[in-house]
Ligand binder design. Sequence first.
Ligand SMILES: *[C@@H]1O[C@H](CO)[C@@H](O)[C@H](O)[C@H]1NC(C)=O
Ligand SMILES: *[C@@H]1O[C@H](CO)[C@@H](O)[C@H](O)[C@H]1NC(C)=O
Ligand SMILES: *[C@@H]1O[C@H](CO)[C@@H](O)[C@H](O)[C@H]1NC(C)=O
Ligand SMILES: *[C@@H]1O[C@H](CO)[C@@H](O)[C@H](O)[C@H]1NC(C)=O
Ligand SMILES: *[C@@H]1O[C@H](CO)[C@@H](O)[C@H](O)[C@H]1NC(C)=O
Ligand SMILES: *[C@@H]1O[C@H](CO)[C@@H](O)[C@H](O)[C@H]1NC(C)=O
Ligand SMILES: *[C@@H]1O[C@H](CO)[C@@H](O)[C@H](O)[C@H]1NC(C)=O
Ligand SMILES: *[C@@H]1O[C@H](CO)[C@@H](O)[C@H](O)[C@H]1NC(C)=O
Ligand SMILES: *[C@@H]1O[C@H](CO)[C@@H](O)[C@H](O)[C@H]1NC(C)=O
Ligand SMILES: *[C@@H]1O[C@H](CO)[C@@H](O)[C@H](O)[C@H]1NC(C)=O
Ligand SMILES: *[C@@H]1O[C@H](CO)[C@@H](O)[C@H](O)[C@H]1NC(C)=O
Ligand SMILES: *[C@@H]1O[C@H](CO)[C@@H](O)[C@H](O)[C@H]1NC(C)=O
Length: 559
Amino acid sequence: MFQFKLKFSSLAIALLVLDVAAKIYNDPTPKQRKFNRRQLPANATDVKTITSPTGVKIRYKEPGKAGVCETTPGVNSYAGYIDLAEDKHSFFWFFESRSNPSTDPITLWLNGGPGSDSMIGLFQELGPCNVTEELESMLNPYSWNSVSNLLFLSQPFGVGFSYMTEIEGSITTDWEAVIVNSTFGNVTGRWPMIDPTYIETTDEAAAAAWHVLQGFYSALPQLDSDISSKEFNLWTESYGGHYGPAFFNHFYEQNELVANGSQPGIQLNMNSLGIINGIIDEYIQVPYYPEQAVNNTYGIKAYNDTVYDFARFAAYMPDYGCLAQIQYCRQNNHTTIADFAVCSEAAAICRDMVESAYYVFGGRGVYDIRHPYDDPTPPSYFEDYLNMPEVQNALGVNLNYSASNDWVYWAFQQTGDFIYDSFIADLEMLLDQGVRVGLFYGDADYICNWFGGQAISENINYTHQAEFNAAGYEPFTVDGVEYGEVRQYGNFSFARIYEAGHEVPYYQPIAALAFFNRTINNMDIATGEIPVGANFSSSGGPNATHIESFVPLPTSTTS
Ligand SMILES: *[C@@H]1O[C@H](CO)[C@@H](O)[C@H](O)[C@H]1NC(C)=O
Ligand SMILES: *[C@@H]1O[C@H](CO)[C@@H](O)[C@H](O)[C@H]1NC(C)=O
Ligand SMILES: *[C@@H]1O[C@H](CO)[C@@H](O)[C@H](O)[C@H]1NC(C)=O
Ligand SMILES: *[C@@H]1O[C@H](CO)[C@@H](O)[C@H](O)[C@H]1NC(C)=O
Ligand SMILES: *[C@@H]1O[C@H](CO)[C@@H](O)[C@H](O)[C@H]1NC(C)=O
Ligand SMILES: *[C@@H]1O[C@H](CO)[C@@H](O)[C@H](O)[C@H]1NC(C)=O
Ligand SMILES: *[C@@H]1O[C@H](CO)[C@@H](O)[C@H](O)[C@H]1NC(C)=O
Ligand SMILES: *[C@@H]1O[C@H](CO)[C@@H](O)[C@H](O)[C@H]1NC(C)=O
Ligand SMILES: *[C@@H]1O[C@H](CO)[C@@H](O)[C@H](O)[C@H]1NC(C)=O
Ligand SMILES: *[C@@H]1O[C@H](CO)[C@@H](O)[C@H](O)[C@H]1NC(C)=O
Ligand SMILES: *[C@@H]1O[C@H](CO)[C@@H](O)[C@H](O)[C@H]1NC(C)=O
Ligand SMILES: *[C@@H]1O[C@H](CO)[C@@H](O)[C@H](O)[C@H]1NC(C)=O
């Protein structure tokens, strides 16, 4: 038994697989350290506080001024907490745009999991800096704050530095990998503690995120009076295939209520929703796990026909197979314990029987089929960086850092949220309301592969579905270099990015920044030169046919 979060938990993955072949599943990252209580993070010093007109408290510092992350002269950054209640503390990190902070939009970035922290995206993908092996931050020239203000939120509560309460304790070394207090393990740090049942579905997370955002916007004039644009983008990845559609849909509905005076609040101009390698609808995506394992564009055959046939049979077997079980889940209301159990079991069958065949027999990377299972990329030095006392102080936190919280993972797991069906419908509604939606998928990812993403794009039943599906695949180029193939019609695009694993901006930073910039500015994705009207259509063949070279696994080494 093992599980994968839809984005890295280096510690958890290693620990969850102790009962299977150690040869394949030895993760190099966890480092044993000696601790004593003196190493508990201190309270941050010189924290500034704002109380917004609606009574939300913001505690913050300016990490850039202490040399942490965004050190570009004149580009301000703020990190700390949005305190909604005594037991609701949301960590945020806001970066001004490097271009025109006063007029550029605000983009919210969220990583997935569930339970994975948005600092993954900040440091490994699209933020202003990354962290070197020497634990120093280094500027990222392709950061998305080149063209937009960026807001990173750690959500739901318990993820990253966000918390309900704080405890002194540790993360268990069994396969549950959850945070426990000193009764259950030696104290290794101060950690966020939550009531895991408080938020256990994407819809509940959406409602919480709206309140957090409202708190942020209500205090923004006092935090950074330069920022004036109400243009709002949400970009996300992986389990963000759930978060993105549901959050944006919820925000849209709340906006309507604010607009007609039914409730107080600040309206956001819903500009664009971007999803990188997202899991949007398991029913549509799950059949592509065996295909990506053996029929991918790299000529890699990760397992043999026996295993391929097994995985497909597990998907299609009547009544008890993955797809049939998803249908049973989708017939219930997701409210009673029985509903949750049916959905949770269906999710487990799909993961353990269909998706996991590749983990057991493939020997290749979860997030990049070109790499060995024990994948050294992207480097995760940022986790150690965020556990340094001076960095914690610069961010205004007194907690230790972990990139994922498995309490959150398990909470979502036991409701079966993974296989709910509402997210495609959310996209249909958003597209029909004129929101721009961009899907882009690195073509070397296994866990949220591009075949599944393409199938999603073709199955969104909105007004212009036929026109979208009739649009051709066009080369996606930046400065004359072809980075992928894109299908676009009006406000909707789907791009396949070459030579990129799950975290696309890490592997293809130039392409990712261009895709982002073209989408938020409403330019055509393929060239970035044509303003997009409602009837704009990309042109080219009906299939994304590019083929890449085979990548052999490195010959086995000891580690
Ligand atoms: C917790 O943070 C402190 C610094 O405040 C550090 O010394 C300690 O090693 C951290 N614990 C873990 C488990 O990273
Ligand atoms: C640290 O801050 C907490 C409140 O967040 C407070 O209860 C505690 O007394 C502080 N500790 C020290 C040593 O100042
Ligand atoms: C950090 O980013 C720089 C500049 O893009 C890059 O050269 C370097 O390899 C990256 N380092 C890590 C550890 O990701
Ligand atoms: C740890 O948590 C348990 C309940 O989960 C509680 O009974 C116990 O008192 C706690 N221990 C400490 C030291 O807080
Ligand atoms: C705490 O550490 C001690 C000494 O290393 C060890 O003997 C003990 O088993 C640990 N306790 C727990 C609950 O992990
Ligand atoms: C406000 O808009 C919402 C959603 O569109 C609608 O349900 C509600 O009836 C409207 N209320 C008023 C007072 O117009
Ligand atoms: C995918 O691979 C399987 C197993 O090798 C094969 O039977 C099937 O025909 C392939 N499908 C396509 C579309 O190439
Ligand atoms: C296919 O791979 C599985 C798992 O490694 C193995 O047990 C089986 O014998 C293989 N089948 C063939 C026909 O090679
Ligand atoms: C779902 O809830 C509705 C309203 O409470 C109820 O009428 C319906 O029977 C429920 N359906 C199932 C499958 O439980
Ligand atoms: C697509 O939406 C239309 C209009 O809402 C509906 O009539 C049709 O049944 C839907 N098609 C599918 C395949 O869901
Ligand atoms: C972003 O797009 C705008 C509008 O097309 C363009 O003027 C600008 O040069 C682009 N910026 C980057 C960094 O690509
Ligand atoms: C090419 O695209 C068409 C239309 O989407 C599809 O029916 C067909 O199966 C595709 N062909 C291949 C070889 O993927």
